[in-house]
Design a protein around this ligand. Structure first.
Ligand SMILES: [Zn+2]
Length: 138
């Protein structure tokens, strides 16, 4: 199960999802990320949305070695910036007698989609990565 509090903290502070230390490279200021097809949606050639927190350079080799999903399909990038953009949410619609009917799970809802906010329960934070650059495995 996903630890929602840990995921939000890692996304807001740019912390490594493995060790909890910073995912930002002190030499370059860029943030390290292991990108997977299931947790990334490209927005342009060098930007996109992800719900996966950063992974610091020290934890990347171990992550790739021990996580079957990462071994199968992933790529290492750094990003110049990461800004909160929205959430993955459970969505609901009003039902009979004041009930709520569950209509979706892990649905992307942007922070600028105000009309949808009243009918969703946020789960995972999604950040927009900009200035993405492919990197060799550290
Ligand atoms: Zn780490």
């Amino acid at each position: 199960m996903l630890n929602v509090r840990r995921q939000w903290l890692a996304m807001l502070r740019g912390l490594c999802q493995v060790c909890g230390k910073t995912g930002r490279d002190p030499r370059t200021g860029r943030i390290w990320w292991v990108i997977t097809e299931t947790a990334f949606r490209a927005m342009s050639q060098d930007s996109g949305l992800t719900n996966a927190p950063p992974t610091c350079p020290a934890c990347i080799p171990e992550s790739l070695a021990y996580c079957p999903q990462l071994r199968e399909n992933s790529a290492v990038y750094t990003a110049a910036r990461a800004e909160p953009a929205g959430v993955l949410a459970d969505t609901f619609t009003p039902g009979p007698g004041g009930t709520a009917i569950h209509t979706g799970h892990n649905i992307y809802v942007g922070f600028d989609e105000f009309a949808r906010h009243a009918s969703c329960l946020a789960l995972q934070m999604v950040v927009r990565l900009d200035g993405m650059r492919p990197e060799p495995t550290p």
